[in-house]
Design a binder for this molecule. Sequence first.
Ligand SMILES: Cc1cc2nc3c(=O)[nH]c(=O)nc-3n(C[C@H](O)[C@H](O)[C@H](O)COP(=O)(O)O)c2cc1C
Length: 325
Amino acid sequence: MKTRITELFGIQHPIIQGGMHFVGFAELASAVSNAGGLGIITGLTQKTPEALAKEIAKCHEMTDKPFGVNLTFLPTFTSPPYAEYIQAVSEGGVRIVETAGRSPDAYMPALKEAGITVIHKCTSVRHALKAEKIGCDAVSVDGFECGGHPGEDDMPNMILLPRAQEELSIPFVASGGMADGRSLVAALSLGADGINMGTRFIATREAPVHQNVKDAILQATELDTRLVMRPLRNTERVLNNAGVDRMLEIEREKGAELKIDDVFEYVARVYPRVMIDGEMDAGAWSCGMVVGLINDIPTVKELIDRTMATAEGIIQTRLGKMLAH
Ligand SMILES: Cc1cc2nc3c(=O)[nH]c(=O)nc-3n(C[C@H](O)[C@H](O)[C@H](O)COP(=O)(O)O)c2cc1C
Protein backbone atom coordinates (compact mmCIF):
# COMPACT_ATOMS: atom_id res chain seq x y z
CA MET A 1 0.00 0.00 0.00
CA LYS A 2 1.32 3.42 -0.93
CA THR A 3 0.23 6.55 0.96
CA ARG A 4 1.80 9.94 1.68
CA ILE A 5 3.08 8.46 4.95
CA THR A 6 4.83 5.44 3.37
CA GLU A 7 6.41 7.86 0.89
CA LEU A 8 7.47 10.37 3.55
CA PHE A 9 9.16 7.81 5.78
CA GLY A 10 10.32 5.33 3.14
CA ILE A 11 8.41 2.45 4.74
CA GLN A 12 6.41 -0.43 3.26
CA HIS A 13 3.21 -0.23 5.32
CA PRO A 14 1.45 2.90 6.70
CA ILE A 15 1.76 1.70 10.29
CA ILE A 16 3.67 3.52 13.04
CA GLN A 17 4.43 2.33 16.56
CA GLY A 18 4.01 5.37 18.80
CA GLY A 19 6.59 6.19 21.45
CA MET A 20 5.78 4.43 24.72
CA HIS A 21 7.53 5.01 28.02
CA PHE A 22 9.40 1.86 29.14
CA VAL A 23 8.04 -0.08 26.12
CA GLY A 24 9.66 1.63 23.14
CA PHE A 25 13.09 0.06 23.40
CA ALA A 26 15.24 -1.13 20.48
CA GLU A 27 13.67 -4.61 20.61
CA LEU A 28 10.18 -3.36 19.74
CA ALA A 29 11.22 -0.49 17.44
CA SER A 30 13.44 -2.75 15.32
CA ALA A 31 10.76 -5.46 15.13
CA VAL A 32 8.22 -2.94 13.81
CA SER A 33 10.67 -1.49 11.29
CA ASN A 34 11.78 -4.95 10.17
CA ALA A 35 8.12 -5.83 9.56
CA GLY A 36 7.76 -2.84 7.22
CA GLY A 37 6.26 -0.30 9.65
CA LEU A 38 7.96 2.55 11.47
CA GLY A 39 9.33 1.63 14.89
CA ILE A 40 10.01 4.36 17.44
CA ILE A 41 12.39 4.40 20.40
CA THR A 42 11.10 6.43 23.35
CA GLY A 43 13.79 9.04 23.96
CA LEU A 44 13.07 9.99 27.56
CA THR A 45 12.91 6.39 28.80
CA GLN A 46 16.68 6.62 28.36
CA LYS A 47 17.85 8.52 31.42
CA THR A 48 20.56 10.49 29.60
CA PRO A 49 21.39 11.50 26.01
CA GLU A 50 24.35 9.07 26.23
CA ALA A 51 22.01 6.21 27.10
CA LEU A 52 19.78 7.18 24.17
CA ALA A 53 22.81 7.11 21.85
CA LYS A 54 23.49 3.53 23.00
CA GLU A 55 19.88 2.47 22.45
CA ILE A 56 19.97 3.96 18.94
CA ALA A 57 23.21 2.11 18.15
CA LYS A 58 21.61 -1.11 19.40
CA CYS A 59 18.57 -0.54 17.18
CA HIS A 60 20.82 0.03 14.14
CA GLU A 61 22.34 -3.38 14.84
CA MET A 62 18.87 -4.95 14.89
CA THR A 63 17.48 -3.35 11.72
CA ASP A 64 18.71 -1.63 8.59
CA LYS A 65 15.25 -0.11 8.00
CA PRO A 66 14.24 3.43 9.01
CA PHE A 67 13.19 3.96 12.63
CA GLY A 68 12.46 7.04 14.70
CA VAL A 69 12.87 8.48 18.19
CA ASN A 70 10.06 9.97 20.29
CA LEU A 71 10.76 13.19 22.13
CA THR A 72 8.01 14.07 24.58
CA PHE A 73 8.09 17.70 25.69
CA LEU A 74 6.83 17.48 29.25
CA PRO A 75 4.95 20.17 31.14
CA THR A 76 7.68 20.37 33.78
CA PHE A 77 9.83 23.20 35.08
CA THR A 78 12.97 21.10 35.23
CA SER A 79 13.23 20.19 31.56
CA PRO A 80 15.37 17.28 30.39
CA PRO A 81 18.31 18.44 28.21
CA TYR A 82 16.34 18.25 24.96
CA ALA A 83 19.06 19.86 22.83
CA GLU A 84 21.43 17.07 23.85
CA TYR A 85 18.82 14.40 23.18
CA ILE A 86 18.39 15.88 19.67
CA GLN A 87 22.15 15.79 19.22
CA ALA A 88 22.17 12.09 20.18
CA VAL A 89 19.43 11.44 17.62
CA SER A 90 21.21 13.34 14.88
CA GLU A 91 24.68 11.91 15.58
CA GLY A 92 23.11 8.45 15.83
CA GLY A 93 22.00 8.75 12.23
CA VAL A 94 18.25 8.78 13.00
CA ARG A 95 16.32 10.96 10.58
CA ILE A 96 12.80 10.68 12.00
CA VAL A 97 11.53 12.20 15.25
CA GLU A 98 8.05 11.89 16.73
CA THR A 99 7.47 14.88 18.98
CA ALA A 100 4.65 14.99 21.53
CA GLY A 101 3.41 16.93 24.52
CA ARG A 102 4.13 20.63 24.21
CA SER A 103 4.79 22.27 20.85
CA PRO A 104 8.22 21.41 19.40
CA ASP A 105 8.48 25.03 18.18
CA ALA A 106 11.68 25.87 20.07
CA TYR A 107 13.47 22.77 18.76
CA MET A 108 12.37 22.90 15.11
CA PRO A 109 15.48 24.80 13.90
CA ALA A 110 17.80 22.17 15.47
CA LEU A 111 15.70 19.28 14.14
CA LYS A 112 15.48 20.73 10.64
CA GLU A 113 19.19 21.63 10.57
CA ALA A 114 19.91 17.96 11.29
CA GLY A 115 17.76 16.97 8.29
CA ILE A 116 15.18 15.29 10.51
CA THR A 117 11.62 14.56 9.39
CA VAL A 118 9.27 15.56 12.21
CA ILE A 119 5.88 14.02 12.96
CA HIS A 120 4.14 15.79 15.83
CA LYS A 121 1.52 14.00 17.89
CA CYS A 122 -1.43 16.16 18.91
CA THR A 123 -5.03 15.87 20.04
CA SER A 124 -6.76 18.78 18.30
CA VAL A 125 -7.07 20.37 14.89
CA ARG A 126 -5.72 23.68 16.22
CA HIS A 127 -2.54 22.05 17.51
CA ALA A 128 -2.17 20.10 14.26
CA LEU A 129 -2.44 23.36 12.30
CA LYS A 130 0.17 24.95 14.57
CA ALA A 131 2.47 21.97 13.92
CA GLU A 132 1.98 22.41 10.18
CA LYS A 133 2.71 26.12 10.48
CA ILE A 134 5.99 25.66 12.35
CA GLY A 135 7.28 23.21 9.74
CA CYS A 136 6.39 19.72 10.96
CA ASP A 137 6.31 17.28 8.06
CA ALA A 138 3.34 15.26 9.33
CA VAL A 139 1.11 14.90 12.36
CA SER A 140 -0.24 12.01 14.35
CA VAL A 141 -3.78 12.84 15.45
CA ASP A 142 -4.69 11.25 18.78
CA GLY A 143 -8.43 10.84 19.45
CA PHE A 144 -10.14 10.71 22.85
CA GLU A 145 -10.00 6.89 22.88
CA CYS A 146 -6.19 6.86 22.86
CA GLY A 147 -3.93 5.45 25.53
CA GLY A 148 -1.89 8.18 27.22
CA HIS A 149 -2.78 11.86 27.04
CA PRO A 150 -5.93 12.58 24.99
CA GLY A 151 -5.92 16.31 25.83
CA GLU A 152 -8.93 18.12 27.26
CA ASP A 153 -11.28 18.38 24.25
CA ASP A 154 -12.60 14.79 24.48
CA MET A 155 -12.86 14.58 20.70
CA PRO A 156 -13.20 11.04 19.34
CA ASN A 157 -11.49 10.07 16.10
CA MET A 158 -14.77 9.76 14.18
CA ILE A 159 -14.96 13.57 14.25
CA LEU A 160 -11.33 14.54 14.79
CA LEU A 161 -9.92 12.76 11.73
CA PRO A 162 -12.28 14.18 9.08
CA ARG A 163 -11.86 17.61 10.70
CA ALA A 164 -8.09 17.19 10.40
CA GLN A 165 -8.49 16.25 6.75
CA GLU A 166 -10.57 19.38 6.13
CA GLU A 167 -7.90 21.65 7.56
CA LEU A 168 -4.47 20.11 7.03
CA SER A 169 -2.22 20.05 3.98
CA ILE A 170 0.51 17.84 5.46
CA PRO A 171 -0.07 14.07 5.78
CA PHE A 172 -1.42 12.69 9.04
CA VAL A 173 -1.93 9.35 10.73
CA ALA A 174 -4.84 8.32 12.90
CA SER A 175 -3.86 7.44 16.45
CA GLY A 176 -5.95 6.06 19.29
CA GLY A 177 -8.16 3.00 19.04
CA MET A 178 -6.26 1.47 16.13
CA ALA A 179 -6.03 -2.32 16.37
CA ASP A 180 -6.24 -4.06 13.01
CA GLY A 181 -7.09 -3.91 9.32
CA ARG A 182 -10.59 -2.63 10.07
CA SER A 183 -9.09 0.33 11.92
CA LEU A 184 -6.68 1.00 9.07
CA VAL A 185 -9.41 1.11 6.41
CA ALA A 186 -11.58 3.30 8.66
CA ALA A 187 -8.67 5.68 9.23
CA LEU A 188 -7.94 5.90 5.51
CA SER A 189 -11.64 6.54 4.82
CA LEU A 190 -11.66 9.39 7.33
CA GLY A 191 -8.77 11.08 5.56
CA ALA A 192 -5.68 9.76 7.31
CA ASP A 193 -2.64 8.41 5.45
CA GLY A 194 -1.94 5.64 7.93
CA ILE A 195 -2.25 4.63 11.56
CA ASN A 196 -0.27 4.95 14.76
CA MET A 197 -0.70 2.18 17.33
CA GLY A 198 0.39 2.18 20.96
CA THR A 199 -1.46 -0.26 23.21
CA ARG A 200 -1.81 -2.91 20.46
CA PHE A 201 1.97 -3.14 20.08
CA ILE A 202 2.47 -3.84 23.80
CA ALA A 203 0.66 -7.17 23.37
CA THR A 204 3.23 -8.58 20.94
CA ARG A 205 5.89 -11.18 21.48
CA GLU A 206 8.74 -8.72 20.96
CA ALA A 207 7.47 -5.97 23.30
CA PRO A 208 10.10 -6.03 26.08
CA VAL A 209 7.67 -5.78 29.01
CA HIS A 210 6.71 -8.10 31.87
CA GLN A 211 4.31 -10.92 30.93
CA ASN A 212 1.85 -9.58 33.56
CA VAL A 213 1.37 -6.47 31.41
CA LYS A 214 0.50 -8.52 28.34
CA ASP A 215 -1.83 -10.74 30.40
CA ALA A 216 -3.59 -7.66 31.85
CA ILE A 217 -4.16 -6.35 28.31
CA LEU A 218 -5.61 -9.69 27.21
CA GLN A 219 -7.98 -9.79 30.19
CA ALA A 220 -9.17 -6.18 30.00
CA THR A 221 -12.24 -5.04 28.11
CA GLU A 222 -13.01 -1.67 26.51
CA LEU A 223 -14.65 -0.67 29.81
CA ASP A 224 -11.47 -1.00 31.85
CA THR A 225 -9.65 2.25 31.19
CA ARG A 226 -9.94 5.33 33.40
CA LEU A 227 -9.10 9.01 33.00
CA VAL A 228 -6.81 10.32 35.73
CA MET A 229 -5.48 13.80 36.50
CA ARG A 230 -8.45 15.56 34.86
CA PRO A 231 -8.57 18.27 37.58
CA LEU A 232 -4.90 19.02 36.82
CA ARG A 233 -5.68 19.42 33.09
CA ASN A 234 -3.10 16.73 32.43
CA THR A 235 -5.61 13.98 31.62
CA GLU A 236 -4.20 10.51 31.06
CA ARG A 237 -6.07 7.38 29.95
CA VAL A 238 -4.77 4.42 31.95
CA LEU A 239 -5.67 0.82 32.69
CA ASN A 240 -7.69 0.53 35.87
CA ASN A 241 -6.01 -1.12 38.88
CA ALA A 242 -5.95 -0.79 42.68
CA GLY A 243 -3.47 2.13 42.51
CA VAL A 244 -5.65 3.96 39.98
CA ASP A 245 -8.77 3.36 42.13
CA ARG A 246 -7.02 4.95 45.09
CA MET A 247 -5.81 7.83 42.92
CA LEU A 248 -9.36 8.54 41.72
CA GLU A 249 -10.60 8.40 45.30
CA ILE A 250 -8.06 11.08 46.26
CA GLU A 251 -9.06 13.13 43.20
CA ARG A 252 -12.72 12.99 44.31
CA GLU A 253 -11.84 13.90 47.91
CA LYS A 254 -9.70 16.89 46.92
CA GLY A 255 -11.91 18.14 44.09
CA ALA A 256 -10.72 21.41 42.56
CA GLU A 257 -8.04 21.68 45.28
CA LEU A 258 -6.11 18.71 43.88
CA LYS A 259 -2.35 19.19 43.51
CA ILE A 260 0.05 16.89 41.69
CA ASP A 261 1.71 16.10 45.04
CA ASP A 262 -1.55 14.49 46.25
CA VAL A 263 -1.32 11.75 43.62
CA PHE A 264 2.43 11.79 43.03
CA GLU A 265 3.08 8.29 44.40
CA TYR A 266 0.65 6.83 41.84
CA VAL A 267 2.33 8.45 38.81
CA ALA A 268 6.01 8.93 39.66
CA ARG A 269 8.37 6.09 38.74
CA VAL A 270 5.41 3.76 38.19
CA TYR A 271 6.48 2.68 34.69
CA PRO A 272 9.54 0.60 35.61
CA ARG A 273 7.53 -1.06 38.41
CA VAL A 274 4.79 -2.03 35.95
CA MET A 275 6.72 -2.71 32.75
CA ILE A 276 9.84 -4.32 34.24
CA ASP A 277 8.67 -5.78 37.58
CA GLY A 278 5.09 -6.59 36.53
CA GLU A 279 3.59 -4.84 39.59
CA MET A 280 0.17 -4.34 38.06
CA ASP A 281 -1.42 -2.35 40.91
CA ALA A 282 1.37 0.22 41.23
CA GLY A 283 -0.59 3.09 39.68
CA ALA A 284 -1.18 4.93 36.42
CA TRP A 285 0.18 3.50 33.20
CA SER A 286 -1.23 4.51 29.82
CA CYS A 287 -3.58 2.16 28.02
CA GLY A 288 -6.16 2.82 25.31
CA MET A 289 -9.80 1.74 25.02
CA VAL A 290 -8.55 -0.42 22.15
CA VAL A 291 -7.56 -2.88 24.88
CA GLY A 292 -11.07 -4.31 24.35
CA LEU A 293 -10.05 -5.41 20.84
CA ILE A 294 -6.85 -7.18 21.84
CA ASN A 295 -7.16 -10.94 22.30
CA ASP A 296 -3.78 -12.40 21.40
CA ILE A 297 -0.03 -11.89 21.53
CA PRO A 298 1.24 -12.27 17.97
CA THR A 299 4.70 -11.43 16.72
CA VAL A 300 4.98 -7.89 15.41
CA LYS A 301 5.33 -9.26 11.89
CA GLU A 302 2.18 -11.39 12.26
CA LEU A 303 0.28 -8.35 13.56
CA ILE A 304 1.42 -6.06 10.73
CA ASP A 305 0.99 -8.68 7.99
CA ARG A 306 -2.54 -9.55 9.06
CA THR A 307 -3.46 -5.87 9.48
CA MET A 308 -2.43 -5.26 5.88
CA ALA A 309 -4.11 -8.44 4.61
CA THR A 310 -7.37 -7.61 6.40
CA ALA A 311 -7.32 -4.02 5.15
CA GLU A 312 -6.74 -5.11 1.56
CA GLY A 313 -9.47 -7.74 1.90
CA ILE A 314 -11.97 -5.17 3.18
CA ILE A 315 -11.18 -2.71 0.40
CA GLN A 316 -11.10 -5.20 -2.46
CA THR A 317 -13.70 -7.75 -1.37
CA ARG A 318 -16.15 -6.39 1.20
CA LEU A 319 -16.36 -2.82 -0.09
CA GLY A 320 -15.70 -3.83 -3.69
CA LYS A 321 -18.66 -6.25 -3.61
CA MET A 322 -20.96 -3.54 -2.28
CA LEU A 323 -20.09 -1.42 -5.29
CA ALA A 324 -20.34 -4.24 -7.79
CA HIS A 325 -24.15 -3.93 -7.94
C1 LIG B 1 2.15 2.40 27.90
C2 LIG B 1 2.11 3.61 27.04
C3 LIG B 1 3.09 4.58 27.19
C4 LIG B 1 3.08 5.72 26.39
N1 LIG B 1 4.10 6.63 26.50
C5 LIG B 1 4.16 7.69 25.65
C6 LIG B 1 5.25 8.58 25.69
O1 LIG B 1 6.17 8.46 26.51
N2 LIG B 1 5.26 9.62 24.80
C7 LIG B 1 4.26 9.78 23.87
O2 LIG B 1 4.35 10.70 23.06
N3 LIG B 1 3.21 8.96 23.82
C8 LIG B 1 3.14 7.91 24.67
N4 LIG B 1 2.09 7.02 24.58
C9 LIG B 1 1.02 7.24 23.57
C10 LIG B 1 1.27 6.38 22.30
O3 LIG B 1 2.43 6.75 21.63
C11 LIG B 1 0.09 6.48 21.32
O4 LIG B 1 -0.09 7.83 20.93
C12 LIG B 1 -1.20 5.96 21.91
O5 LIG B 1 -0.95 4.78 22.64
C13 LIG B 1 -2.22 5.69 20.82
O6 LIG B 1 -3.39 5.17 21.35
P1 LIG B 1 -3.71 3.57 21.45
O7 LIG B 1 -3.06 3.13 22.70
O8 LIG B 1 -5.18 3.53 21.48
O9 LIG B 1 -3.11 2.92 20.23
C14 LIG B 1 2.05 5.90 25.41
C15 LIG B 1 1.05 4.93 25.29
C16 LIG B 1 1.07 3.80 26.08
C17 LIG B 1 -0.02 2.78 25.89
